[in-house]
Write a protein that binds this ligand. Structure first.
Ligand code: GLU
Length: 489
């Protein structure tokens, strides 16, 4: 690729970042890393009325969590700082005035000509449909009279009335717009802030952005941007508009599809590498069949030619499945370390701190059974303490009665007490003999043992669990069960 690749993610801090925002960041980052270029984060906070405090921090936390690092931008700085548009107002003012003096833009006084009882913001919005704005043709005389007044005004771009504006989008191909259908959009608002259109063009140029890769919803803004580039004498970057993301019902992605803020995925126990892998498939594919792949493989193969035009479908079930795949691929130590913060958050405080070595032994028993890390505590808690058996009837298996259950419990307890080797295969072998002697099926005998040792009917494999729990713990749990059972009988 000729010239350095410089791409940017340009979030507006107007809310918590969601899958759509982060997918855009991810594609830009992958493109930069693939080409050995730079990935820049720029904060587009020109719409002051819509600022939501904390959204930038949440966005940066989300990127960091996913391992998406930026070469220039907030916190890291860079040669084109500042990277926050509200700190760059002079640049936009100068460019707006340059456009006015060149005749490519004009001051619009509609707010003064028209009844001015509405607020500045409403007014800006109302006059953004400029069809009936006459200010483009005001005489010098009218202008001096109006400019002398106290009311602030806006600056509009003077859109050429003829011809077409074309873009050769790297994903969508050739797209063109008739200029006569494009309005004289506002470039500088009455609050002194630029609109997105002016600021984005100014900064993409000044920050030497080579490719603008953004969501498809920005495609209709592109002819405005191209006109600004031309009027300012700037060479435009290349454009690539990423496909929309829709829910399985083909409606635009929204909360009801599970498209929550990125931080919620973290809290819900999704792994960042699984979420990253899942997100890259929202509009890109390696070969139409491979789904699970390491980030490095994605980077190595991330070509825009493989980005689809058609909308991507967000499938929460697939994300869950993929998360499970990543969980199963880990070593016990890795899984233990990833589960640890969730156990610290969700286990009863009396079980803390969790011993790491112990957790490494528990991990393989949970690995096949959880798809999200937030399921770990519920499943692991029996390794710390058995659930209390409130109704001892759950010890009585199908085809057994209370007497046969009590003798079976006692026989098992004797055997466990005598056991020298608590290795799971050995335990299973010896207890199997006891069950056979009592003429109980494996299902009956082991089912009863499971409840006695854990208080639950569904657990990880019984004997592997007993091995991890160790003799002392298993024996005391069994004694407890016998005691409760006899007392209740
Ligand atoms: N600030 C815009 C947004 O919030 C960025 C659009 C663009 O990338 O040009 O999505």
């Amino acid at each position: 690729m000729p010239g350095e690749v410089r791409v940017r993610f340009a979030p507006s801090p107007t809310g918590l970042p969601h899958i759509g925002n982060i997918r855009t960041a991810l594609f830009n980052w992958l493109f930069a890393r693939h080409h050995g270029g730079k990935f820049i984060v720029r904060v587009e906070d020109t719409d002051q009325a819509r600022l939501v405090p904390g959204s930038i921090e949440a966005m940066m936390d989300g990127l960091r969590w996913l391992g998406i690092d930026w070469d220039e931008g907030p916190e890291v700085g860079g040669p084109f700082a500042p990277y926050q548009q509200s700190e760059r107002l002079k640049i936009y003012h100068d460019l707006a005035e340059q456009l006015v003096s060149q005749g490519n833009a004009y001051h619009c006084y509609c707010s003064q000509i028209r009844p001015a009882q509405d607020s500045h913001e409403q007014r800006d919005r109302r006059v953004s449909a400029s069809a009936d704005c006459q200010c483009r043709n005001l005489s010098q005389d009218d202008i001096s009279k109006l400019a002398g007044g106290e009311e602030s005004n806006v600056i509009r771009f003077a859109m050429p009335k003829n011809g077409v504006t074309r873009v050769n989008d790297l994903i969508r191909g050739n797209v063109e717009w008739k200029n006569e259908l494009l309005d004289d959009f506002i470039i500088l608002k009455s609050d002194g802030f630029p609109t997105y259109h002016l600021a984005v063009v100014a900064d993409d140029h000044l920050m030497e952005i080579s490719h603008v890769m953004r969501a498809e919803e920005w495609l209709p803004s592109t002819p405005r941007h191209l006109q600004l580039y031309e009027a300012l004498g700037f060479e435009p970057p290349k454009f690539a508009h990423l496909p929309m993301i829709m829910g399985a019902d083909r409606a635009k992605l929204s909360k009801r599809h599970g498209a929550t803020a990125i931080g919620e995925y973290k809290d819900d126990g999704y792994l960042p590498e699984a979420l990253l892998n899942f997100m890259v498939l929202l509009g890109w594919s390696l070969d139409d069949k491979t789904e699970v792949m390491p980030t490095q493989t994605i980077i190595d193969n991330f070509l825009l030619e493989k980005v689809t035009k058609s909308a991507a479908i967000f499938d929460q079930e697939k994300l869950l499945w993929m998360n499970g795949v990543y969980i199963r691929e880990m070593t016990p130590e890795q899984l233990a370390d990833r589960m640890m913060p969730f156990l610290e958050r969700d286990l009863p405080k009396e079980y803390l701190p969790v011993d790491r070595d112990y957790l490494c032994r528990i991990a393989p028993l949970l690995q096949e059974r959880i798809k999200r890390l937030d399921e770990a505590a519920g499943m692991a808690s029996i390794f710390f303490k058995a659930d209390q058996i409130d109704n001892t009837d759950i010890l009585v298996q199908k085809g057994m009665d209370r007497d046969s259950t009590l003798s079976a419990l006692k026989a098992a307890l004797d055997e466990l007490n005598a056991a020298e080797d608590f290795q799971h295969e050995k335990l299973e072998e010896t207890l199997n003999v006891v069950g056979e002697r009592l003429e109980l099926s494996r299902r009956q005998f082991f089912g009863m043992l499971r409840v006695a040792a854990t208080g639950r009917t569904v657990t990880p494999p019984l004997f592997e669990m007993m091995e991890v729990l160790g003799k002392d713990s298993v024996v005391s749990r069994m004694e407890n069960a016998v005691e409760r059972f006899s007392a209740a009988g």
